[in-house]
Design a protein around this ligand. Structure first.
Ligand code: PBG
Ligand code: ZN
Length: 323
C-alpha cells in the first residue's frame, strides 16, 4: 500500500519535506502616510492599521518594521487636499516623497516601494483623468510617469503603478530612464481585478470613486486568461516584478502567472481579506495566527515569491517564534 502518512509522522519529517515557507524578508508592509505631525489615526475597518503622520509620526512604525525582519514597505499617500488632476501625486513636497525621504534617512537599508496612482489625490477618486464621466487613458500616462519620477528622485527603490491604465509601465520606464533613474525598479500591478475586497483600503486612503466604479480599467473578476495578456504586456513594457491582486479568491491567477513569466511574482493580500480575518478572529470564530499563516502559505504554494500584507508584522513575529 502507498503510505503517504510516513512523511507526516513527526515534526522533523514534516519540516524536512515541507515544500514552501513564508519568510519575513519576502513580506511587504503597506503604510498609509498622512499630512501633519500628530499621533497615528486608526482605520476603523482595518483593526491594527493606522494612518501615520509624515512629520515624525512614521519613526515608531518604521523602527518596528525594521526590527521585525520585514525589509520593505509600500507607501500610500493620504493628502490634505485633492483636485481634478491629482496634483498631490506628483508634487515634490507631497506627502509620499516626504515620507520616502524620512524613511530613507532613518533606515537607509529598508526597501521603499511607492504606489503610483492618482485615486488618492483626485477629487473624483478615479485612478486617471476624467472627462465627461470617462477615464482618459493616454492623457493620464504622463501624470503617472511624473509621479514615478518624483518618488524615485525622493529615494524610492521601487515604484508600483496600480492605476491599470494601458501603457503605463512603458511610460514610467521611459520617464525614469530619461531622468537617469535607471536602477529604480517597476513592480507592476498587472493583474488587478475590480474587487469588492478593496473596500477597507478606500476608507484608509479616502480613495473611493465619487461616481461610477473602476470596471472600465480594473479587470473583470470572471477573467483568468486575460490576466496572462496583462502580464505579457507589462513584461514587454519593462516591468521588473508582477503583482496579482487580490490574492485569496485569485490563487488560480497567481498560479497561471507564475507559469507564464520568470519575473518575481507578488501576491497582494488586500484590505478586505485582512479585515475579514480580523473580524472573525475578534469574534473568537477562527484562530487568527493559524488562518493568517495558512492564507500566506497558500499564496506561496500558488507561486508568489513575495506577499504584500497588512499581517506582515504579526506574521514576522510568528515566523520568528517558530524558529
Ligand atoms: C489604488 C489602490 C487600491 C489598492 C491598492 N492601490 C485600491 C483601488 O484600486 O481601489 C487596494 C489595496 C487594498 O485593498 O489593500 N489604485
Ligand atoms: Zn488608483
Amino acid at each position: 500500500m502507498e503510505r503517504l502518512r510516513r512523511l507526516r509522522a513527526t515534526d522533523a519529517i514534516r519540516a524536512m519535506v515541507r515544500e514552501n515557507h513564508v519568510r519575513a524578508d519576502e513580506l511587504i508592509y503597506p503604510l498609509f502616510v498622512m499630512e501633519g505631525s500628530g499621533e497615528p489615526v486608526p482605520v476603523p475597518s482595518m483593526p491594527g492599521v493606522f494612518q501615520y503622520a509624515v512629520d515624525g509620526g512614521l519613526d515608531g512604525i518604521v523602527d518596528r518594521v525594521a526590527e521585525s525582519g520585514v525589509k520593505a514597505v509600500l507607501l500610500f499617500g493620504v493628502p490634505a487636499m485633492k483636485d481634478e488632476v491629482g496634483s498631490g501625486a506628483y508634487a515634490e513636497d507631497g506627502v509620499v516623497p516626504r515620507a520616502i525621504r524620512a524613511i530613507k534617512a532613518r533606515r537607509p537599508g529598508m526597501a521603499v516601494i511607492a504606489d503610483v496612482c492618482l485615486c488618492e489625490y483626485t477629487s473624483h477618486g478615479h485612478c486617471g483623468l476624467v472627462e465627461g464621466g470617462r477615464i482618459l487613458n493616454d492623457e493620464t500616462l504622463p501624470l503617472l510617469a511624473r509621479s514615478a519620477v518624483c518618488y524615485a528622485k525622493a529615494g524610492a527603490d521601487v515604484v508600483a503603478p496600480s492605476d491599470m491604465m494601458d501603457g503605463r509601465v512603458a511610460a514610467i520606464r521611459a520617464a525614469l530612464d530619461a531622468e537617469g533613474l535607471k536602477d529604480v525598479a517597476i513592480m507592476s500591478y498587472s493583474a488587478k481585478f475590480a474587487s469588492a475586497y478593496y473596500g477597507p483600503f478606500r476608507d484608509a486612503a479616502h480613495s473611493a470613486p465619487q461616481f461610477g466604479d473602476r470596471r472600465t480599467y480594473q479587470m473583470d473578476p470572471a477573467n483568468g486568461r486575460e490576466a496572462l495578456r496583462e502580464v505579457a504586456a507589462d513584461v514587454r513594457e519593462g516591468a521588473d516584478m508582477i503583482i496579482a491582486k487580490p490574492a485569496i479568491a485569485y490563487l488560480d491567477v497567481l498560479k497561471s502567472i507564475s507559469g507564464a513569466t520568470d519575473l518575481p511574482i507578488v501576491a497582494y493580500n488586500v484590505s478586505g481579506e485582512y479585515s475579514m480575518v480580523k473580524a472573525a478572529a475578534a469574534n473568537g470564530w477562527i484562530d487568527e495566527r493559524r488562518v493568517v499563516m495558512e492564507n500566506l502559505i497558500g499564496m506561496k504554494r500558488a507561486g508568489a515569491k513575495m506577499i504584500i500584507t497588512y499581517h506582515a508584522l504579526d506574521a514576522a513575529r510568528w515566523i520568528a517564534e517558530e524558529g
